[in-house]
Design a protein around this ligand. Structure first.
Ligand code: FMN
Length: 380
């Protein structure tokens, strides 16, 4: 990891990723939605969570180990599902999974990954979860989750906060969208970032061709530069609790809903036999008027926390943020952009460096708090 010794925190990785990636791609990863009120809000709300230090505690043997769904892991982190990580680094999803495997934590594969789950499993040896966006064609959706189960995914993560496409004007201004459209602005952007162009785009063109959504059925799988061939694999805007019931029947492993922000929905999830939820506003990328997960997490944990696994994400940039979510009751914490910045600057090593930093920062925070275990972390 010495190649990344100069990266001292997530913000260093972010700045380096901003230099490396074309602006359209960097902003797609980095920014929020609409007026980006919730993006700033997630940060401000996390910063406002204060932790209670217990002094004169021997913290020599402290451990950040977490038990999530009965499995012990060295930290409460999970690498979040992020679409098109393969545009950020060649085989970016494999690199993220390799970093997760090294850190001993699960990697959640996105439906919109550029690399198929089978290859990620084979080439990383990571513990995998599979994130699902429901397609209009439900039969094809069920075939997709069967495929994820066969590839060894331990958990199915149904994302429930993306009923419609988000409004992100900056993508339009940058000419960034799927399908990728050639434009003068995009062309200049790419030309100004030759390392990315050679290491990612040219390499993809020379090996597997223009990246695709790897989980789409072969007959509909088009290069990201071309319009979809069918609406069958469009994301369904009519996903309801009936789909949760259907998926629960079909999926034998752990079943998680990602994007729950109310106590009522958490209770309904429980009634549908769901094993866990992620309290998340999708990293402030979807609904700009959404509450911060920190606002609602304590009430959700009080309502269902003893009956299902409650995880959280959105806005984590330091180990102290992980400690904050844990203090608010989260059993595990997903990391989205931070590891994407890492993978953008150095593949598995870069993402691994970010995971190491978060772990070290969490350990330092625990030391300061007099917390020997995660369960010792308390709100002030
Ligand atoms: C570039 C990018 C792509 C994402 N794609 C997905 C996705 O395909 N499915 C999903 O459930 N969440 C997706 N997310 C949301 C993440 O899983 C996670 O909820 C969010 O990034 C957490 O916030 P953070 O980035 O501040 O850590 C994406 C996030 C980013 C930044």
């Amino acid at each position: 990891m010495t190649g990344f010794a100069h990266i001292l925190d997530v913000e260093d990785a972010r700045r380096a990723a901003r230099r490396r990636l074309p602006r359209g791609l960097f902003e797609f990863i980095d920014r929020g939605t609409e007026d980006e009120v919730s993006l700033a809000g997630n940060r401000a709300k996390l910063d406002a969570v204060k932790l209670a230090p217990s002094v004169l505690v021997d913290v020599t043997q402290r451990s950040a180990a977490a038990e999530i769904f009965g499995m012990t892991q060295p930290s409460p982190l999970i690498v979040a599902p992020t679409a098109v990580a393969g545009l950020v680094w060649h085989d970016g999803e494999i690199a993220l999974a390799q970093a997760a495997a090294k850190a001993g934590i699960p990697f959640c594969v996105s439906t919109q990954s550029n690399t198929p789950i089978e290859r990620i499993a084979q080439e990383s040896g990571a513990r995998l979860w599979f994130q699902l966006y429901v397609w209009k064609n439900r039969a094809r959706t069920l075939t997709l989750i069967d495929r994820a189960a066969k590839a060894g995914a331990e958990a199915l993560v149904l994302t429930v906060d993306t009923a419609v496409g988000p409004v992100r004007e900056y993508n339009v201004r940058n000419g960034f969208g799927i399908p990728l459209k050639p434009s003068l602005r995009a062309g200049i952007d790419v030309a100004l970032h030759p390392r990315w162009t050679c290491d990612v785009m040219l390499r993809a063109l020379l090996t597997s061709g223009v990246p695709t959504y790897a989980h789409y059925p072969d007959e509909f799988r088009t290069p990201l530069g071309r319009a979809a061939l069918s609406t069958e694999v469009d994301l369904a805007p009519d996903v309801t609790w009936d789909d949760v019931r259907l998926l629960r029947q079909r999926w034998k492993g752990k079943f998680i809903l990602k994007g729950i922000l109310t106590v009522a929905d958490a209770r309904t999830a429980l009634e549908h036999g769901v094993d866990g939820i992620v309290v998340s506003n999708h990293g402030a990328r979807n609904l700009d008027a959404a509450p911060g997960p920190t606002d609602v997490l304590p009430a959700i944990v009080a309502a269902v926390g003893d009956k299902m696994e409650v995880l959280a994400d959105s806005g984590v940039r330091r180990g102290a943020d992980v400690a904050r979510f844990v203090a608010l009751g989260a059993k595990g914490v997903m990391i989205g952009r931070a590891t994407l910045y890492g993978v953008a600057i150095g593949g598995a090593d870069g993402a691994g460096r970010v995971l190491d930093i978060l772990h070290q920062q969490l350990s330092a925070t625990m030391g300061m708090l007099g917390a020997q275990r995660l369960s010792d972390i308390r709100l002030a």
